[in-house]
Design a protein around this ligand. Structure first.
Ligand code: ADP
Ligand code: ZN
Length: 741
């Protein structure tokens, strides 16, 4: 059953509350304080997960400390019951408190983030689960096919009846019918099973000298049992994954738990196979594609120490680890580590925070680290380890510009004659090419040639993007779609609407016309119904089932395509000129990541960048591969401007249905900036946000800039405390913003 609190057997007085004693309970409800309750029959531990009455409802909470008192004790209500899960540890309570302070998030929202698993209150009992059976059903219907497909898609995972029926879009009687036929198996199962043991002592791969040296350092750090962060920088294919898996092995040998964060769910299939090969079993998986049943199992088992390794997306950082000894943040520069709704946090930065609280190590792995991590390593805050060569025969691709000013381009085409020739060569040799364009859809703009109107979203300040595959226009801000009209919605003229500019679908069309003999595969996050389908496609491509891959940003992320020897970047200039302070850094990282897809196996690769400005300093840095030079120049520029990582920033977004009142509040905030001035911070704005309207809400931005080391959260908290937001106006604060929409 339940294990006792983890800090030894002797429970000190403040850690346990007798029946009837007053306890303060933090709930998941949006209140600005804890609530007092009487401890239930049998008492409760500090950190216990409890169910408490709130008005007519029962809500989830955690015992946060002794009650505050100060009211008529006869009116105090009792905790309804203590849930049968491990109590929240002190380390976790501290961590949530610090993240709340850092991100200016109310504690109830933090608690919600830390309890994102369903049915935590359910007793650990038996229930029915459903898996793929061996028999064929007597006859197939569409509904039956869908059920079996879902089971196959999830590769052996079990479902509850409700989950399976919902996932397949059928009634539960369809599933029951399949059970009768033996095509689906019904089993009794304890609600949550421990994960199979991973064996860190199975033989790993023979390491190169470089790799072995890095492993020795990481393992020594691991054995120290103290906090420490290492930046593991290595070109794509240098074996970073092999190296950090050995650090995981060391953590497991010490009996501690490890967490590997990955940016992209499509990556996990390949990764899980590698973990299984190294440790003999699969780790726990935590991401949005996992079933609810699986999420609850992970949450519970992590808390009981029965999951040694978790592989997951950023929110896995808030799982209730019993003894977290290592966090790996793979592709640490990836922007998806920053959550930009709800709690605005950076999983990379919060991983460092959590590790420093619980005495764990952090490994930040990347071929193209963020300037933040590079600067922390320069400053000696992080250790830095470099892997400089690719494993085995693989060499880094040769990088060259294609000067688009000198190419003969037909209107409405984007593949230059030079790139065309290079692709043709690869097709003749039976090798793969990747054409990279960072734009989903068919065309970013639909223009009326009669009146000049560009079709825009009704609810957002954004143009609709044509998706020919869906035969619809789509708003990439709010997801709204509408059919492609025949006549211009503005002037009513028929047949004059024309696509402008390329997206991945249009590029694929051009490639099909240019290389009719080639097999073309498109990889874009929106072209696949499920993450599983996307994974399957990636595996097919890796096995060689495509001559030309056309992909968006998705392909930049760590997939291994052994036959790929050419990368053509359609528009290397695309992200150079954003207003974003990280535009240069992002372009640099993205171009080098994409180029790193070429030549991973034994054949050398080449990357060709189509650009109109081959002399641009960023393009030149990308081509020359002088990374340290690029970072030093970039760092100097940021230092001069006093921006991150050499200064602090916070983004404030005010939004509401009417633009006037939103601006009024923004102006009042800008005028009453005494708390900011007190720490030498400046406020810019209010100004309409770059996307001034999303989902019908008008958006106004303010930007706070403060010197490095200034207590920016404190100042902002004092600055916004007097605000009374009326009606439907909302304010969000984003500390260390990564994007500025
Ligand atoms: P990175 O994470 O730096 O991109 P990986 O760890 O994925 O690099 O390694 C690239 C490829 O080389 C993988 O297929 C990996 O299995 C292989 N590899 C790396 N190091 C070794 C080694 N020491 N022995 C055998 N294969 C290796
Ligand atoms: Zn929209």
């Amino acid at each position: 059953m339940l294990k006792p609190p983890t800090r030894g057997d002797a429970v000190s007085a403040q850690e346990y509350f007798d029946q009837g004693e007053l306890v303060a309970v933090l709930t998941t409800q949006p209140l600005d304080r804890t609530l007092d309750y009487k401890a239930p029959e049998g008492g409760c531990f500090l950190g216990a997960f409890v169910e408490v009455p709130l008005g007519p409802r029962k809500v989830l909470g955690v015992v946060w400390g002794p009650g505050q008192g100060g009211f008529d004790l006869a009116k105090a209500r009792s905790v309804i019951r203590v849930l049968e899960v491990a109590p929240m540890r002190e380390e976790m309570r501290l961590f949530l408190g610090k993240v709340a302070d850092y991100t200016l998030t109310p504690m109830p929202a933090m608690l919600r983030l830390a309890t994102r698993a369903p049915g935590l209150g359910d007793p650990p009992s038996m229930r029915k689960i459903y898996r793929l059976g061996s028999a064929e059903p007597d006859r197939m219907t569409d509904a039956r096919t869908r059920v079996l497909e879902v089971l196959r898609d999830y590769g052996g995972l079990a479902f509850t009846l409700k989950e399976l029926a919902e996932q397949a879009g059928v009634t539960s009687s369809v599933v029951k019918g399949l059970v009768k036929q033996g095509a689906v198996r019904e089993e009794d199962s304890p609600r949550d099973l421990p994960y199979p043991r991973l064996d860190p002592d199975l033989p790993g791969k023979a390491l190169t000298d470089d790799q072995a040296a890095a492993v020795a350092r990481l393992q020594a750090g691991q054995r120290s049992g103290d906090y420490g962060t290492t930046l593991l920088k290595g070109v794509t294919g240098s074996g970073k994954t092999e190296v950090y898996l050995e650090a995981v092995a060391e953590a497991l040998r010490m009996g501690r738990q490890a967490l590997v964060l990955l940016p992209e769910i499509a990556l996990t299939a390949e990764f899980l196979t590698r973990v299984e090969a190294r440790f003999g079993a699969r780790p726990a998986e935590w991401h949005s594609g996992a079933t609810m049943t699986e999420r609850r199992r992970v949450w519970r088992m992590v808390g009981q120490g029965e999951a040694q390794l978790v592989v997951g997306a950023r929110s896995a950082l808030f799982l209730p680890f019993r003894d977290l000894g290592l966090v790996v943040v793979d592709e640490e520069h990836d922007t998806s580590y920053k959550q930009e709704d709800g709690v605005h946090y950076s999983a990379r930065d919060m991983a460092v925070l959590r590790a420093s609280i619980c005495g764990a190590r952090v490994i930040l792995a990347s071929a193209t680290p963020s300037l933040e991590s590079w600067a922390n390593a320069e400053a000696g805050k992080y250790e830095r380890l470099d892997l400089t060569s690719r494993f085995g025969a693989a060499v880094l691709p040769e990088m060259k510009p294609i000067d688009m000013r000198a190419e003969q381009m037909q209107p409405g085409t984007w593949i230059s004659p030079s790139l065309r020739q290079a692709v043709r060569q690869r097709i003749e040799r039976g090798e793969q090419s990747l054409l990279f364009i960072n734009r989903r859809g068919y065309a970013p703009v639909t223009l009326c040639r009669a009146c000049g109107e560009q079709i825009a979203c009704d609810h957002c300040d954004a143009r609709m993007v044509e998706h020919r595959f869906l035969k619809r226009l789509m708003c990439h801000q709010c997801g709204e779609t509408k059919p492609m009209p025949d006549t211009c919605p503005s002037c009513g003229v028929e047949g004059k609407l024309a696509p402008v500019g390329p997206g991945i679908e249009r590029l694929a069309e051009e490639a099909e016309a240019t290389f009719p003999e080639a097999k073309i595969a498109m990889l874009s996050s929106d072209l696949f119904g499920s993450a599983r389908a996307l994974k399957a496609k990636i595996e097919e491509i890796a096995e060689g089932d495509a001559d030309i891959v056309i992909g968006t940003q998705l392909v930049a992320k760590g997939h291994n395509f052994p036959k790929l020897t050419l990368v053509g970047v359609i528009d290397a200039d695309l992200s150079l000129h954003g207003a974003d302070l990280r535009a240069a850094e992002r372009t640099f990282q993205l171009m080098r990541q994409v180029a790193g897809r070429a030549g991973r196996a034994d054949k050398p690769g080449q990357a060709l960048l189509q650009t109109f400005q081959p002399e641009h300093p960023v393009i030149r840095a990308i081509l020359s591969g002088d990374e340290e030079g690029f970072w030093k120049a970039e760092a100097a520029g940021r230092q001069a401007a006093g921006v991150p990582p050499y200064g602090r920033m916070a983004g404030i977004v005010l939004s509401g249905p009417e633009v006037g009142p939103v601006f009024d509040i923004g102006n009042a905030m800008a005028r009453n900036d005494a708390p900011l001035r007190a720490i030498d911070a400046q406020v810019f704005g209010p100004a309409p946000a770059p996307i001034a309207r999303i989902r019908g809400r008008h958006r106004v931005r303010l930007l706070v800039k403060a010197p490095k080391g200034a207590p920016i959260q404190d100042a902002i908290a004092r600055w916004i405390a007097p605000l009374r937001l009326k009606g439907d106006i909302r304010l969000t604060v984003d500390i260390d913003p990564q994007s500025f929409y």
